[in-house]
Ligand binder design. Structure first.
Ligand code: ZN
Length: 480
């Protein structure tokens, strides 16, 4: 079996000749072959997946990416595209075989165009998300995609994985923020679809094939992104609530009283806040007494009086017994402090030993019941295990991460990863949810996909893969 895979994968050229041709395309210094130079590209942030690679190629232009892919097509060499290497499902990590090349897009980080009248930005794939946000800001516009890794993740990776984050509620995910794409196809041709058109009904939506394809259908090299007016006011509150039922009532009330102004609605359980306060630096509990759950609520508006609307909302919620307490950020510094509590949560959980992760979504109205069922099931299976269920309640997307019992053996706990996943995913299925809300499939959930995906949908995905990448050179062993 292994020899068969290797026979297909092995480049027809001797490795030295292949590398020499690659170097001729991208320049010697942009071709990394030494183990020390490649090390950072071969592991992912959670250290779950490790790989080996023939080399790391760092092309500097779309033409170079196209030439690299053409060479790989000619030699049947497999390619793992990589952006900022922040993905959480191993989609950017090569296999252990060592016969793949990594194509890192990080040198392609130029701004190609900004068009304030069309409210569009054209950027190359390797630009970091934070830099995209900054370019929009410089043009007095707003690019709303926002997530914890934004300082190092790249926009190309965000699009390849259809990233979500903390502003999906108001603005949608990466897919919703994209108008056009430039993609290098498996035969080295360039699909130039950098359209700024709001209306274009000329056939199939090819862009959306590549968004969320996790590098299995093509390499995204540039994109036309949608820009929004900069919010004139942003108000942030840290709210204490009894349980997720009350948090959901607050979400309903917030929609009713502020319309489209709710930008972020994040659920944080007390245990998660405790972890952050214990393990974080300069973290302070924003409320004087403890509550079982919290909501990080952020409103954004173009019109005046937002602070008054937030106060009215919280007063009404208090009157109706929906919330127990709330603090409103009085300064930018305080707002940042609230956000740090939320953003440090996954890291803080790391200090508590092993953590079995789930990135799941269910219909928003099902979230409270879903969380109760998950808590009951996982603590029955592993008494003392600590459920830290946090995240994007406003999107029905909760990161149901399970920390090991205090004093338990980490390896022994993590050995139950698949069993716990199966338990949680069964509850997800019962609520008609998704086992990957925003992180993708990658390697981590590849074997689960056939269990949860509609067989016809899966068959269509395979048909598309075979049509667009007949040699299977793009990101093998990922998604399908
Ligand atoms: Zn998330």
């Amino acid at each position: 079996m292994i020899s068969k895979v290797e026979a297909i994968a092995r480049p027809r050229l001797p490795a030295a000749d292949f590398l020499a041709r690659l170097a001729a395309i991208i320049g010697e210094k942009n071709l990394l072959t030494a183990a020390t130079d490649m090390a950072g590209y071969l592991v992912e942030p959670r250290d779950l997946f490790h790989g080996k690679a023939l080399c790391v190629a760092r092309p500097g232009s779309t033409a170079e990416v196209a030439a690299v892919v053409a060479l790989c097509a000619e030699t049947s060499t497999k390619i793992v595209p990589q952006g900022g290497n922040t993905g959480l499902v191993g989609g950017q990590t090569p296999s252990e075989r060592g016969d793949e090349i990594i194509v890192s897009l990080t040198r392609m980080n130029r701004l190609r165009e900004i068009d304030p009248s069309s409210n569009t930005l054209i950027v190359e794939a390797g630009m970091t998300l934070a830099q995209v946000q900054a370019e929009a800001d410089r043009a007095e516009r707003y690019f709303p995609l926002s997530l914890a890794a934004e300082g190092s993740c790249t926009i190309g990776g965000n699009l390849a994985t259809n990233a979500g984050g903390t502003a999906v509620l108001a603005y949608g995910n990466a897919r919703d923020l994209t108008m056009g794409l430039e993609v290098v196809l498996a035969d080295g041709r360039i699909l130039s679809n950098l359209s700024k058109l709001k209306k274009d009904n000329t056939g199939y939506d090819l862009n959306n094939l590549f968004i969320g394809s996790e590098g299995t259908l093509g390499i995204i090299t540039a994109a036309v992104l949608k820009l929004y007016p900069k919010p004139r006011a942003i108000e942030t509150a840290f709210v204490g609530v009894r349980d997720p039922h009350q948090a959901l009532r607050l979400l309903d009330l917030t929609h009713a009283m502020t319309g489209g102004e709710v930008k972020t609605f994040e659920l944080i359980p007390r245990i998660g806040l405790d972890f952050v306060l214990v393990h974080g630096k300069n973290m302070r509990d924003p409320l004087p007494s403890a509550h079982q759950h919290y909501v990080l609520l952020e409103l954004a508006a173009q019109s005046d009086g937002l602070a008054e609307r937030l106060i009215a909302l919280l007063e009404k919620a208090m009157e109706d017994g929906i919330i127990e307490d709330a603090a409103i950020a009085a300064s930018l510094e305080q707002r940042r402090a609230f956000w740090r509590l939320r953003e440090f949560l996954p890291d803080a959980q790391g200090y508590e030993g092993g953590s079995i992760k789930h990135d799941v979504s269910v219909p928003i109205s099902d979230v409270p019941a879903f969380l109760e069922e998950v808590e009951a099931a996982v603590t029955k299976r592993i008494p003392g295990a600590r459920l830290v269920a946090f995240g994007h309640l406003g999107d029905g997307n909760i990161h149901c991460n399970l920390s090991q019992p205090l004093g338990a053996d980490k390896a022994g706990f993590l050995a139950l990863w698949d069993a716990i996943n199966a338990l949680v995913h069964a509850i997800v299925a019962a609520h008609h949810g998704s086992i990957s809300a925003e992180h993708g499939i990658g390697q981590l959930k590849r074997k689960l996909l056939p269990q949860v995906k509609d067989p016809v949908a899966l068959d269509l995905m395979r048909t598309l893969k075979a049509a667009l990448d007949p040699q299977g050179i793009f990101n093998p062993g990922k998604v399908l």
